[in-house]
Design a protein. Structure first.
Lengths: 344, 734
């Protein structure tokens, strides 16, 4: 089979050979419209990739590969990650099983692919393929600097140091070329929404660290796309049934409400709109915390003045209109604020 | 990142946004930058991201090269290589291509398609319009708006995308399709280049959807084209995708083998330039202009109070609660000095209060805009003041300057802002769409119509409509001058006519504005879509598209004026007996397309009306399978599933409670206690679905044309058409 030349100083010659080898591996794993894959060859190749630790090298040095070779590598990874050896009943495919138990560094290296524009997209694609398995999400979430983690040894009640690879996503999302940050966001979303139980536990333990960072870096980002996407994701996370406890904790915070109410006044309509879908959770909460209740009561008159015309050209959006009138009704039910308030 | 680019003139615009030519400062290279307004719609940003992800994984000399993309304000800038030759559709305007030229283009396209297909991509919208030429004649595939990436080399797509005339039968039948779909489209494109238009071009695009799977595959005319060419097209246009050739195989076809060098295509570019010169299509470049604010200004700024109440923060008057009735109607003696007649609109005045003088209209605007500094800056660029401060092509001669007189709003709800409309010229020279010539013609025609009708309208309309008609006589007067103004060098108008100015325009939310919006959403837009879909010739389509664009701008900028215009048009049609009969307007009350405005300024009335009367789409049995993430489809579904009963408006609280109840998943809600039901009940049943709808977004985007098809379907235009082909279930997709 292929013997991959170890990457050193890339000469055009080496690059060419490497690219050819990778293209061949891709064909072996994926086949072509004309040629069916041979299961035997695939098995051999996957084993070889694992034995020689080629996946780690490829993940680490993705950015150094030539353009087409990077795409081939992505296909190699994805196929290797999908390959299940017949007769093997392990939960994860062969390669992933190997990664989880022996070589978690591969996943971390793939995440770090977001550091560079060249490697961001192929690494992201591979990561999302791997993230179909909850163990991979756990590897990323519970990563800490230093020694690789043994999944069995992780205590989910120990808060994260905030230094692991997961926390780097916040920076990757909020900088760089659009396709890189958007791809990082997609992976981030995948980590946070795919495996609900893991994420719910994680968010509860790391509630403050996570939402502080989420609010400052993402929701209040300078970048329109980051801001808009993260408000939307916030709504998705909160409204996920698995995150019920996270949601109740979130909507108890007056500080969170302040941030979200400011979004309603943003001068970009879609920010208003996405903000509304988080705001409604605060208002709909039947057991509002004192802080939240106070803010809402203090702003009752303002809200009742503001909401009726809020995005009122969304005439086609029946859900929105209904929810808005629902919120208005809820706010009307609040006691009037301090009579001093000159609500004109 | 944006600082690295010096943006030059506009290259073109479409539903996706505007494309500009620019210089990359670091390299001095010419690039094309596509600006996509992300605030434009509810569309998931991920759809756009998908296009970019796909583009960024393409590196081929036969595919337009993606460079980078970044967000600036609310716009996404996509930087691509610049191709000066234009699209093949443009190049076709002087006439069909020769076989030799087509052979070259086909070879290059096949090389591009081979590259895409090898890397697991389907373009899905191959047509002349999506084939670009460089100045040197290099051919490149462009526009990946609907392209798809297959994760697995053998997987198939089920999504219905493309442009009807070029669609392969299996795409229409949704039997699942692969790379071969592009080959079919390529064959149609070859015919398009040979004949000037694709087969069935004169047929309704909807009907074409049925014809393609049913009819034998189209062929080239045996008398006019060589055997090789005909055979090449025949190889592409085999209805069974399994028997259809691949790009690789076609590259070995004799027609392709004997094709010449790409340099020969330069004659196409030259031919087009000569054609342009002959047609006197003087190209006045539209230069990019940075807008002061990339954001739509909101109404008055509200501020929340987060700490204990600070009276100071509440003190300023809230303007939102009290809408100013800015009503300007032309006075009868408008030929006297207009300035003297101009009356200041004071917010604090009672509707019938005394009048005070203002130096000119621009001051009035300023008064209105002062509360928000940002907005006034936006308004200054967007609104052409009649005072002459802004050099606009259609500056209205002072004798026609409308006077602004406050009239009790309840009496003249319809005449609002007519004069503003005339001076703002939303109908006027908007360089942002089409080519100068067509728009000019368009608007001359409009003014001519207006000239003929006022008298009839005056006689026909009773008191409420008297004012609009006098108002439009003013309009008539100003439009009269349009031809002169338009003949001025357009340069003088470009700075202020730039489309991005509209983003900064103040839109006031009034009842009329809402109705205007409504008329657009419910009547104008669908009507335009339908007409567009029913129009075959490219020329006519272009003209229609220009109207559609102009109207959408009007809708964005001045929904009130929009309503007025509609009303004026309807009045005139009613007043003209023949037109009235032809348009079925003989029973004016019943058929008036615009709801009669209630004189009451009560907001909730409108709100209620707009809610209760929201029509659920007529139940058509057949469904067109669309990309699941199509926003229109989503809202359509929501409408169908969400409408349990009549929805109450803001005022109708009891009824809205009923709806809440009906939607609760935890049924056992005690009446009257809905609001105390558990949070989980409220949230999960009602919202989770809607909120997470975006979570499961699938790949696949609809392009404009298929949207048109969708619209046509949804508007019941389908009744005329056969149904069998499209009786497909939307669920198939998921």
């Amino acid at each position: 089979m292929q013997k991959l030349l170890l990457e050193e100083k890339p000469s055009p010659r080496v690059e060419e050979d490497l690219a050819r080898n990778l293209a061949q591996m891709k064909t072996t794993l994926q086949g072509t419209p004309e040629i069916e894959v041979s299961p035997e060859q695939v098995y051999q190749l996957v084993n070889l990739l694992l034995q020689e630790d080629l996946l780690f090298l490829l993940a680490k040095d993705m950015h150094r590969l030539p353009f087409e070779a990077r795409k081939d590598t992505q296909v190699i990874f994805s196929n290797a990650f999908r390959y299940k050896h017949p007769g093997n009943n392990a939960a994860e495919p062969l390669a992933l099983h190997h990664i989880i138990s022996n070589r978690p560094e591969i996943i971390i290296a793939l995440c770090n692919g977001y550091e560079r524009r060249e490697s961001a997209m192929p690494c992201g694609g591979v990561l999302r393929e791997a993230l179909k398995h909850d163990a991979i999400a756990a590897l990323i979430l519970y990563d800490e600097p230093g020694a690789p983690r043994d999944l069995q040894a992780i205590d989910p009640s120990v808060p994260s140091s905030g230094e692991g690879v997961f926390w780097k996503f916040f920076e990757w999302i909020d900088k760089g070329a659009f396709e890189v940050s958007a791809d990082a966001f997609n992976t981030f979303r995948e980590i946070l929404t795919r495996h609900k139980q893991i994420v719910a536990t994680y968010l509860q333990t790391n509630f403050d660290t996570f939402f502080t960072k989420y609010n400052t870096v993402l929701v209040q980002s300078e970048s329109y796309v980051t801001k808009r996407q993260s408000i939307k994701l916030l709504g998705e996370i909160l409204l996920d049934r698995a995150n019920y406890n996270v949601m109740t904790a979130y909507v108890d915070s007056g500080e969170h409400l302040k941030i979200i109410m400011k979004l309603l006044l943003d001068d970009r309509r879609m920010i208003n709109y996405e903000g509304f879908h988080v705001f409604k959770v605060f208002v709909a909460n039947p057991n509002k915390s004192a802080a939240v209740r106070r803010i809402l009561v203090n702003n009752r008159a303002r809200l009742l003045r503001f909401l009726p015309t809020f995005l009122d050209d969304r005439t086609e959006d029946d859900q929105f209109t209904d929810e808005k009138s629902f919120l208005i009704r809820q706010i009307e039910l609040l006691p009037s604020s301090n009579p001093i308030s000159p609500a004109q | 990142m944006a600082d690295n680019y010096q943006v030059l003139e506009e290259l073109g615009s479409g539903s996706f946004g505007v494309v500009y030519k620019a210089i990359e400062k670091s390299t001095g290279e010419m690039v094309a930058i596509k600006h996509i307004d992300l605030e434009g719609g509810d569309d998931d940003i991920r759809e756009i991201q998908q296009e970019i992800a796909l583009l960024s994984t393409c590196a081929s000399p036969f595919v337009t090269q993606y460079k980078t993309s970044f967000v600036r304000g609310v716009k996404l800038w996509i930087v691509m290589e610049y191709l000066g030759g234009g699209s093949c559709l443009d190049l076709l305007k002087p006439g069909p291509f020769t076989e030799a030229q087509i052979a070259i283009i086909m070879r290059e396209l096949l090389l591009g398609l081979d590259y895409l297909h090898q890397t697991g991509k389907i373009h899905r919208d191959i047509k002349a319009a999506n084939v670009l030429l460089s100045n040197k004649g290099k051919v490149k595939i462009a526009d990946f708006g609907v392209a798809a990436q297959l994760t697995n080399i053998k997987s198939q797509r089920m999504t219905f995308v493309g442009t009807p005339f070029w669609m392969a039968p299996e795409v229409i039948q949704e039997a699942g399709y692969d790379f071969k779909a592009d080959i079919w489209s390529l064959g149609i494109t070859a015919m398009e280049m040979a004949n000037g238009e694709p087969p069935n071009a004169s047929t309704h695009p909807m009907k074409v959807l049925f014809l393609i799977p049913k009819q034998p595959a189209p062929r080239l005319d045996a008398n006019r084209f060589s055997k090789e060419f005909r055979d090449f097209v025949a190889q592409c246009l085999i209805k069974d995708p399994d028997r259809r050739a691949t790009a690789e195989e076609l590259l070995r076809h004799r027609f392709i083998q004997r094709a010449g060098k790409v340099e020969a295509l330069r004659e196409l570019i030259e031919r087009r330039q000569q054609f342009d010169a002959r047609e006197e299509r003087e190209a006045y470049p539209k230069y990019y202009e940075e807008t002061l604010q990339d954001i739509t200004p909101t109404e008055e700024k509200e501020e929340w109070v987060f700490d204990t109440i600070k009276p100071a923060t509440i003190a300023p008057t809230r303007h939102t609660s009290k809408r100013r009735k800015l009503t300007r109607i032309p006075s009868n003696d408008w030929d006297t000095t207009p300035e003297n007649l101009m009356e200041r609109l004071d917010l604090n005045d009672t509707p019938l209060g005394t009048m005070s003088l203002a130096p000119n209209m621009s001051n009035i605007r300023k008064v209105r805009n002062t509360p928000d500094r940002r907005r006034s800056s936006g308004a200054n660029t967007a609104i052409r003041t009649p005072s002459g401060a802004t050099p606009t092509a259609r500056r209205v001669p002072s004798s026609a300057t409308p006077t602004a007189r406050r009239v009790p709003s309840s009496q003249t709800p319809t005449s609002r802002r007519v004069s503003g409309q005339a001076t703002k010229q939303p109908l006027g020279l908007d360089m942002s769409f089409g080519n100068g010539t067509s728009t000019t013609r368009l608007f001359r025609r409009v003014s001519a119509e207006k000239e003929n009708s006022p008298i009839a309208a005056d006689q026909a309309s009773p008191s409420p409509s008297r004012k609009p008609s006098t108002a439009s006589s003013l309009l008539h007067d100003t439009t009269n001058h349009a031809p002169h103004a338009l003949s001025q060098p357009p340069n003088s108008s470009t700075p202020s006519a730039h489309p991005q100015d509209f983003a900064g325009t103040v839109t006031r939310i009034t009842k009329e504005a809402l109705l205007g919006r409504r008329s657009y959403a419910k009547a104008i837009e669908p009507a335009l879509q339908e007409t567009y879909a029913a129009t075959a010739t490219a020329r006519k389509r272009e003209a229609l598209a220009a109207v559609a664009h102009a109207w959408s701008v009007l809708d964005r900028v001045d929904p009130e004026g929009e309503l007025l215009l509609l009303k004026a048009v309807v009045e005139r049609c009613k007043g003209e007996p023949k037109l009235a009969v032809a348009l079925g307007l003989t029973l004016p009350v019943k058929n008036a397309p615009v709801p009669v405005l209630a004189p009451s300024a009560d907001y909730s009335a409108t709100e209620q009306e707009s809610q209760t009367s929201t029509p659920t789409s007529s139940p058509t049995k057949q469904k067109l399978v669309l990309a699941q993430n199509n926003p229109h489809l989503k809202s359509h579904r929501r409408r169908q599933s969400a409408f349990v009963g009549p929805t109450g408006g803001m005022g109708g609280e009891e009824r809205s409670d009923g709806v809440e109840e009906a939607r609760m998943p935890g049924q056992g809600v005690v009446p009257g206690l809905e609001h105390v039901s558990t949070l989980a009940d409220v949230l999960y049943g009602r919202w989770v679905e809607g909120l997470r709808g975006g979570g499961a977004v699938r790949s696949g985007v609809l392009d404009g044309a298929s949207l048109l098809v969708y619209f046509a379907l949804m508007r019941g235009g389908l009744a005329r058409l056969e149904t069998s082909m499209l009786a497909l279930d939307g669920e198939k997709l998921s």
